[in-house]
Design a protein around this ligand. Structure first.
Ligand code: XMP
Length: 318
Protein backbone atom coordinates (compact mmCIF):
# COMPACT_ATOMS: atom_id res chain seq x y z
CA UNK A 1 0.00 0.00 0.00
CA UNK A 2 0.90 3.64 -0.30
CA UNK A 3 2.37 4.19 3.18
CA UNK A 4 4.57 1.12 2.95
CA UNK A 5 5.95 2.05 -0.45
CA UNK A 6 6.36 5.58 0.74
CA UNK A 7 8.32 4.43 3.77
CA UNK A 8 10.57 2.25 1.63
CA UNK A 9 11.31 5.00 -0.89
CA UNK A 10 12.00 7.65 1.69
CA UNK A 11 14.24 5.45 3.83
CA UNK A 12 16.24 4.31 0.84
CA UNK A 13 16.70 7.96 -0.09
CA UNK A 14 17.65 8.88 3.44
CA UNK A 15 20.10 6.00 3.83
CA UNK A 16 21.74 6.78 0.49
CA UNK A 17 22.28 10.38 1.47
CA UNK A 18 23.62 9.45 4.86
CA UNK A 19 25.93 6.63 3.85
CA UNK A 20 27.31 7.79 0.53
CA UNK A 21 30.02 5.38 -0.59
CA UNK A 22 30.89 4.04 2.83
CA UNK A 23 30.57 0.46 3.95
CA UNK A 24 27.75 -0.74 6.18
CA UNK A 25 27.65 -3.88 8.33
CA UNK A 26 24.63 -5.74 9.61
CA UNK A 27 24.21 -8.65 12.01
CA UNK A 28 21.87 -10.96 10.17
CA UNK A 29 20.10 -13.18 12.68
CA UNK A 30 17.51 -14.35 10.18
CA UNK A 31 14.63 -12.93 12.17
CA UNK A 32 12.08 -10.76 10.43
CA UNK A 33 13.65 -7.49 11.57
CA UNK A 34 17.24 -8.08 10.52
CA UNK A 35 16.15 -9.84 7.32
CA UNK A 36 13.94 -6.98 6.20
CA UNK A 37 16.62 -4.48 7.24
CA UNK A 38 19.18 -6.38 5.14
CA UNK A 39 17.04 -6.30 2.02
CA UNK A 40 16.17 -2.62 2.50
CA UNK A 41 19.80 -1.67 3.05
CA UNK A 42 20.90 -3.72 0.08
CA UNK A 43 18.54 -1.72 -2.09
CA UNK A 44 20.05 1.49 -0.79
CA UNK A 45 23.78 0.75 -0.70
CA UNK A 46 24.15 -2.38 -2.87
CA UNK A 47 27.52 -4.11 -2.53
CA UNK A 48 28.57 -1.78 0.26
CA UNK A 49 26.43 -3.86 2.63
CA UNK A 50 28.21 -6.65 4.51
CA UNK A 51 25.99 -9.08 6.43
CA UNK A 52 27.43 -11.24 9.18
CA UNK A 53 25.52 -14.22 10.52
CA UNK A 54 26.88 -15.48 13.84
CA UNK A 55 25.59 -18.92 14.79
CA UNK A 56 25.77 -18.95 18.58
CA UNK A 57 24.61 -22.56 18.80
CA UNK A 58 21.33 -21.51 20.41
CA UNK A 59 19.43 -21.54 17.15
CA UNK A 60 16.62 -23.92 16.29
CA UNK A 61 17.07 -27.02 14.17
CA UNK A 62 18.77 -26.27 10.81
CA UNK A 63 17.96 -22.60 11.31
CA UNK A 64 21.32 -21.06 10.40
CA UNK A 65 21.69 -23.20 7.28
CA UNK A 66 18.17 -22.32 6.13
CA UNK A 67 18.75 -18.60 6.63
CA UNK A 68 22.00 -18.56 4.70
CA UNK A 69 20.46 -20.60 1.90
CA UNK A 70 17.45 -18.30 1.63
CA UNK A 71 19.64 -15.22 1.20
CA UNK A 72 22.12 -16.88 -1.13
CA UNK A 73 19.37 -18.33 -3.34
CA UNK A 74 17.10 -15.31 -3.55
CA UNK A 75 19.30 -12.29 -3.06
CA UNK A 76 22.65 -11.09 -4.11
CA UNK A 77 23.60 -10.44 -0.51
CA UNK A 78 27.09 -10.64 0.80
CA UNK A 79 26.62 -12.93 3.85
CA UNK A 80 29.44 -14.20 6.02
CA UNK A 81 28.54 -17.26 8.09
CA UNK A 82 30.38 -17.79 11.36
CA UNK A 83 29.79 -20.92 13.40
CA UNK A 84 30.79 -20.00 16.95
CA UNK A 85 28.66 -22.50 18.84
CA UNK A 86 31.58 -24.17 20.63
CA UNK A 87 32.83 -20.88 21.99
CA UNK A 88 29.40 -19.80 23.24
CA UNK A 89 28.78 -23.17 24.89
CA UNK A 90 32.08 -23.10 26.70
CA UNK A 91 31.44 -19.60 28.02
CA UNK A 92 27.95 -20.54 29.20
CA UNK A 93 29.10 -23.61 31.06
CA UNK A 94 27.64 -23.65 34.57
CA UNK A 95 25.73 -20.40 34.11
CA UNK A 96 22.15 -20.39 35.41
CA UNK A 97 21.12 -16.78 35.90
CA UNK A 98 19.09 -15.49 32.90
CA UNK A 99 20.59 -11.99 32.81
CA UNK A 100 24.06 -13.51 33.12
CA UNK A 101 23.30 -15.73 30.13
CA UNK A 102 22.20 -12.70 28.14
CA UNK A 103 25.28 -10.76 29.16
CA UNK A 104 27.67 -13.55 28.17
CA UNK A 105 25.93 -14.11 24.87
CA UNK A 106 25.77 -10.38 24.15
CA UNK A 107 29.45 -9.84 24.95
CA UNK A 108 30.66 -12.89 23.07
CA UNK A 109 28.54 -11.90 20.13
CA UNK A 110 30.09 -8.46 20.12
CA UNK A 111 33.59 -9.90 20.36
CA UNK A 112 33.07 -12.13 17.34
CA UNK A 113 31.19 -9.58 15.34
CA UNK A 114 33.82 -6.97 16.03
CA UNK A 115 36.66 -9.27 15.00
CA UNK A 116 34.93 -10.05 11.77
CA UNK A 117 34.00 -6.46 11.02
CA UNK A 118 37.55 -5.28 11.58
CA UNK A 119 38.65 -7.33 8.62
CA UNK A 120 36.91 -4.74 6.51
CA UNK A 121 38.44 -1.32 6.59
CA UNK A 122 36.31 1.68 5.81
CA UNK A 123 33.20 0.39 7.62
CA UNK A 124 31.38 3.43 8.94
CA UNK A 125 27.88 2.27 9.76
CA UNK A 126 26.10 -0.46 11.68
CA UNK A 127 22.50 -1.38 10.91
CA UNK A 128 20.13 -2.55 13.62
CA UNK A 129 16.57 -3.75 13.20
CA UNK A 130 15.46 -2.11 16.43
CA UNK A 131 11.70 -1.71 16.74
CA UNK A 132 9.72 0.84 18.66
CA UNK A 133 8.71 -1.57 21.47
CA UNK A 134 12.40 -2.47 22.02
CA UNK A 135 13.23 1.18 22.37
CA UNK A 136 10.63 1.84 25.03
CA UNK A 137 10.81 -1.45 26.87
CA UNK A 138 14.54 -1.45 27.42
CA UNK A 139 15.24 2.22 27.92
CA UNK A 140 13.09 3.76 30.59
CA UNK A 141 10.07 3.18 32.76
CA UNK A 142 8.35 6.27 34.08
CA UNK A 143 11.40 8.40 33.53
CA UNK A 144 13.72 6.06 35.40
CA UNK A 145 16.27 4.15 33.44
CA UNK A 146 15.34 0.55 34.11
CA UNK A 147 16.30 -2.47 32.10
CA UNK A 148 13.53 -5.02 32.20
CA UNK A 149 15.48 -7.36 30.01
CA UNK A 150 18.61 -6.56 28.11
CA UNK A 151 17.29 -6.97 24.63
CA UNK A 152 20.06 -6.10 22.30
CA UNK A 153 22.69 -8.42 21.10
CA UNK A 154 24.85 -5.71 19.71
CA UNK A 155 24.26 -3.05 22.35
CA UNK A 156 27.45 -1.16 23.07
CA UNK A 157 29.03 -2.14 19.79
CA UNK A 158 28.56 1.14 17.92
CA UNK A 159 30.42 3.19 20.54
CA UNK A 160 33.15 0.62 20.96
CA UNK A 161 33.85 0.36 17.27
CA UNK A 162 33.21 3.96 16.56
CA UNK A 163 30.37 3.15 14.19
CA UNK A 164 27.38 5.24 13.37
CA UNK A 165 24.01 3.61 13.77
CA UNK A 166 21.31 3.09 11.19
CA UNK A 167 17.99 2.00 12.69
CA UNK A 168 15.39 2.23 9.95
CA UNK A 169 12.60 0.63 12.03
CA UNK A 170 13.04 2.57 15.26
CA UNK A 171 9.57 4.02 15.01
CA UNK A 172 7.79 0.96 13.70
CA UNK A 173 5.89 -1.99 15.09
CA UNK A 174 6.47 -5.54 13.94
CA UNK A 175 3.44 -5.62 11.65
CA UNK A 176 4.72 -2.60 9.78
CA UNK A 177 8.12 -4.22 9.31
CA UNK A 178 6.35 -7.33 8.00
CA UNK A 179 4.43 -5.22 5.49
CA UNK A 180 7.69 -3.68 4.32
CA UNK A 181 9.28 -7.11 3.99
CA UNK A 182 6.36 -8.32 1.91
CA UNK A 183 6.60 -5.29 -0.33
CA UNK A 184 10.32 -6.00 -0.74
CA UNK A 185 9.52 -9.52 -1.88
CA UNK A 186 10.73 -11.61 1.05
CA UNK A 187 9.13 -15.09 1.06
CA UNK A 188 5.93 -15.32 3.08
CA UNK A 189 7.26 -18.07 5.36
CA UNK A 190 10.02 -15.70 6.40
CA UNK A 191 7.71 -12.76 6.91
CA UNK A 192 5.31 -14.69 9.08
CA UNK A 193 7.90 -16.19 11.37
CA UNK A 194 7.32 -15.68 15.04
CA UNK A 195 9.76 -13.39 16.82
CA UNK A 196 12.79 -15.22 18.20
CA UNK A 197 14.90 -13.70 20.99
CA UNK A 198 18.53 -12.77 20.32
CA UNK A 199 19.89 -15.20 22.95
CA UNK A 200 17.73 -17.88 21.32
CA UNK A 201 17.28 -21.20 23.05
CA UNK A 202 19.63 -20.12 25.84
CA UNK A 203 16.68 -18.51 27.62
CA UNK A 204 14.46 -21.51 26.86
CA UNK A 205 16.77 -24.13 28.32
CA UNK A 206 16.15 -23.14 31.93
CA UNK A 207 19.11 -23.65 34.20
CA UNK A 208 22.40 -24.88 32.81
CA UNK A 209 22.82 -25.03 29.05
CA UNK A 210 24.43 -28.09 27.56
CA UNK A 211 24.58 -29.37 24.01
CA UNK A 212 22.43 -32.37 25.02
CA UNK A 213 19.74 -30.19 26.54
CA UNK A 214 19.76 -27.86 23.52
CA UNK A 215 19.35 -30.86 21.23
CA UNK A 216 16.38 -32.17 23.22
CA UNK A 217 14.73 -28.78 23.01
CA UNK A 218 15.45 -28.48 19.28
CA UNK A 219 13.75 -31.82 18.62
CA UNK A 220 10.74 -30.88 20.74
CA UNK A 221 10.41 -27.45 19.18
CA UNK A 222 10.49 -28.88 15.68
CA UNK A 223 7.56 -31.18 16.50
CA UNK A 224 5.55 -28.34 18.07
CA UNK A 225 6.18 -25.97 15.12
CA UNK A 226 5.32 -28.61 12.52
CA UNK A 227 2.06 -29.37 14.28
CA UNK A 228 1.16 -25.67 14.36
CA UNK A 229 1.86 -25.34 10.65
CA UNK A 230 0.13 -28.61 9.73
CA UNK A 231 -3.01 -27.69 11.62
CA UNK A 232 -3.00 -24.12 10.24
CA UNK A 233 -2.66 -22.52 13.65
CA UNK A 234 0.81 -20.98 13.29
CA UNK A 235 -0.47 -17.72 11.80
CA UNK A 236 -2.98 -17.14 14.58
CA UNK A 237 -0.23 -17.00 17.15
CA UNK A 238 2.22 -14.20 17.94
CA UNK A 239 4.82 -16.52 19.36
CA UNK A 240 4.94 -20.21 20.19
CA UNK A 241 7.85 -22.16 21.61
CA UNK A 242 8.95 -24.89 23.96
CA UNK A 243 10.83 -24.55 27.23
CA UNK A 244 13.02 -27.22 28.80
CA UNK A 245 12.63 -27.14 32.57
CA UNK A 246 15.53 -27.75 34.95
CA UNK A 247 13.80 -30.55 36.84
CA UNK A 248 13.10 -34.21 36.31
CA UNK A 249 9.82 -35.89 37.08
CA UNK A 250 8.77 -39.48 37.47
CA UNK A 251 7.02 -41.30 34.67
CA UNK A 252 6.37 -44.84 33.59
CA UNK A 253 7.27 -46.59 30.36
CA UNK A 254 6.36 -50.25 29.94
CA UNK A 255 7.33 -51.89 33.22
CA UNK A 256 9.87 -49.26 34.09
CA UNK A 257 9.88 -46.11 36.11
CA UNK A 258 11.43 -43.15 34.25
CA UNK A 259 12.89 -39.99 35.74
CA UNK A 260 13.15 -37.48 32.94
CA UNK A 261 12.68 -33.93 31.66
CA UNK A 262 9.57 -31.77 31.60
CA UNK A 263 8.71 -29.59 28.61
CA UNK A 264 6.51 -26.53 28.90
CA UNK A 265 4.75 -25.37 25.76
CA UNK A 266 4.03 -21.67 25.39
CA UNK A 267 1.83 -19.98 22.77
CA UNK A 268 0.59 -16.40 23.03
CA UNK A 269 -1.37 -13.86 21.07
CA UNK A 270 -0.17 -10.26 21.11
CA UNK A 271 0.12 -7.23 18.90
CA UNK A 272 3.49 -5.93 20.03
CA UNK A 273 4.89 -8.29 22.65
CA UNK A 274 4.26 -5.79 25.44
CA UNK A 275 1.15 -7.58 26.65
CA UNK A 276 0.09 -11.08 25.72
CA UNK A 277 -2.61 -13.67 26.28
CA UNK A 278 -2.19 -17.43 26.19
CA UNK A 279 -3.58 -19.14 23.14
CA UNK A 280 -6.68 -21.34 23.54
CA UNK A 281 -5.76 -24.58 21.79
CA UNK A 282 -8.39 -27.24 21.66
CA UNK A 283 -7.69 -30.25 23.85
CA UNK A 284 -7.22 -32.53 20.90
CA UNK A 285 -4.36 -30.42 19.57
CA UNK A 286 -2.63 -30.38 22.94
CA UNK A 287 -3.14 -34.09 23.42
CA UNK A 288 -1.69 -34.85 20.03
CA UNK A 289 1.40 -32.65 20.44
CA UNK A 290 2.05 -33.93 23.92
CA UNK A 291 1.86 -37.56 22.79
CA UNK A 292 4.11 -36.92 19.83
CA UNK A 293 6.75 -35.17 21.89
CA UNK A 294 6.86 -37.82 24.59
CA UNK A 295 6.86 -40.64 22.07
CA UNK A 296 9.47 -39.16 19.75
CA UNK A 297 11.92 -37.29 21.96
CA UNK A 298 14.20 -39.34 24.15
CA UNK A 299 14.57 -37.82 27.62
CA UNK A 300 11.13 -36.20 27.88
CA UNK A 301 8.34 -37.85 29.85
CA UNK A 302 6.00 -34.96 30.62
CA UNK A 303 4.53 -31.96 28.78
CA UNK A 304 2.69 -29.04 30.38
CA UNK A 305 0.99 -25.98 28.85
CA UNK A 306 1.55 -22.46 30.17
CA UNK A 307 -1.70 -20.53 30.76
CA UNK A 308 -0.24 -17.28 32.12
CA UNK A 309 -0.76 -13.92 30.50
CA UNK A 310 1.64 -10.98 30.32
CA UNK A 311 1.51 -9.20 32.68
CA UNK A 312 2.14 -10.49 35.26
CA UNK A 313 4.14 -13.26 33.56
CA UNK A 314 6.47 -12.47 30.67
CA UNK A 315 6.31 -14.23 27.31
CA UNK A 316 9.66 -15.98 27.77
CA UNK A 317 10.35 -17.96 30.93
CA UNK A 318 13.69 -16.31 31.55
P1 XMP B 1 9.14 -10.97 27.38
O1 XMP B 1 9.63 -12.34 27.80
O2 XMP B 1 9.97 -9.87 27.94
O3 XMP B 1 9.34 -10.91 25.82
O4 XMP B 1 7.67 -10.79 27.63
C1 XMP B 1 8.85 -9.88 25.01
C2 XMP B 1 9.40 -10.12 23.62
O5 XMP B 1 10.81 -9.94 23.62
C3 XMP B 1 11.48 -11.11 23.24
N1 XMP B 1 12.67 -11.20 24.07
C4 XMP B 1 13.91 -10.95 23.64
N2 XMP B 1 14.35 -10.56 22.43
N3 XMP B 1 16.56 -10.57 23.30
C5 XMP B 1 15.70 -10.40 22.27
O6 XMP B 1 16.15 -10.07 21.18
C6 XMP B 1 16.18 -10.95 24.53
O7 XMP B 1 17.00 -11.11 25.44
C7 XMP B 1 14.77 -11.14 24.71
N4 XMP B 1 14.03 -11.50 25.79
C8 XMP B 1 12.74 -11.51 25.36
C9 XMP B 1 10.50 -12.23 23.48
O8 XMP B 1 10.78 -13.38 22.69
C10 XMP B 1 9.20 -11.57 23.15
O9 XMP B 1 8.98 -11.53 21.75
Amino acid sequence: DWTTINFIDSSIEEIKNKVGNNKVILALSGGVDSSVAAVLLHKAVKENLICIHVDHGMMRKNESADIIKMFKDNYDLNVIHIDASELFLSKLKGVIDPEQKRKIIGNTFIEIFENEARKFHDVEYLVQGTLYPDVIESVSVKGKSVTIKTHHNVGGLPEKMNLKLIEPFRELFKDEVRAIGRELGLPEIFIKRHPFPGPGLAVRVLGEITKERLDILRDVDEIFMNELIDKNIYDKIWQAFSVLLPIQTVGVMGDNRTYENVIALRAVTSTDGMTADWFRFDYEFLENVSNKIIRMVRGVNRVVYDISSKPPATIEWE
